[in-house]
Design a protein around this ligand. Structure first.
Ligand code: GTP
Length: 233
């Protein structure tokens, strides 16, 4: 296969309390549908969609995880290898907002710091909101994360969430490609810290039993990343 035929694959996990709209968001994005019915996700599920970002073909693999704590042991295994994460809460569920930091920690405990966004879903129900705009914005500022308000039902801002995560990842990928002296960690990822814009600070490298550290050449970078992604280690 020629290198130009290859695509980049990105694994994104969508987490948050039960019924905030995680499955609906993934279905909306990958299948273009919305259903009113609530079917609790048992364990995990995934759908994928191809998009183009900066002339790169991206295969987004969106992992839908159960929001209930009883499934934590199962779902956390699927966080591994993720390069992006959506932390979702619902406009009409105060607990789901207060749980955002806990979800962030749960994911980071498994994969370290990866690109994340906070998503306030169900903004079509804004009249019944139990979270003030300022509170949500303050949380995003405190955690230094991009913040989106979405309505999966009305298809507002859903594409933007996943586009942002993809663009961020592509940006980092091109930084890795430019510098072949930096070690690349397979299975884990180029990390992002929104506090720091410098390349060195953006790139943290994990090395534990789950990972192999390689030094990629410029040419091979994309291939290596593609082959290494989306594998549950
Ligand atoms: N009004 C409104 N309802 C929504 C929206 N998104 C999802 N829902 C509804 O919220 C309910 C829960 O949605 P799900 O997508 O199943 O929630 P989940 O977060 O995947 O839930 P778990 O599987 O339990 O973790 C469903 O009845 C959806 O139809 C939205 O943007 N607006």
């Amino acid at each position: 296969m020629r290198e130009e035929d290859m695509e980049v694959a990105i694994k994104v996990v969508v987490v948050g309390n039960g019924a905030v709209g995680k499955s609906s968001m993934i279905q909306r994005y990958c299948k273009g549908i919305f259903t009113k019915d609530y079917k609790k996700t048992i364990g995990v599920d995934f759908l994928e969609r191809q998009i183009e970002v900066n002339n790169e073909d991206i295969r987004l693999m969106l992992w839908d995880t159960a929001g209930q704590e009883e499934f934590d042991a199962i779902t956390k295994a699927y966080y591994r290898g993720a390069q992006g994460c959506v932390l979702a809460f619902s406009t009409v569920d105060r607990d789901s907002f207060e749980a955002i930091e806990t979800w962030k920690k749960k994911v980071e405990n498994e994969v370290g710091e990866i690109n994340m966004v906070i998503v306030q879903n169900k903004i079509d129900l804004i009249d019944d909101a139990v979270v003030q705009d300022e509170e949500a914005e303050a949380l995003a500022k405190k955690l230094r994360l991009r913040f989106y308000r979405t309505s999966v039902k009305e298809n507002v801002n859903v594409d933007e969430v996943f586009r942002y995560l993809s663009e961020k990842y592509i940006q980092e990928l091109s930084m890795v490609s430019e510098d072949d002296s930096l070690p690349l960690t397979i299975g884990q990822d180029v990390q992002n810290d929104t506090k720091n814009s410098s390349k060195d600070k953006n790139l943290k490298h994990k090395n534990n039993n789950d990972t192999i550290t390689l030094k990629p050449s410029k040419k091979r970078t994309k291939k290596l990343l593609m082959n290494s992604k989306c594998v549950v280690l």
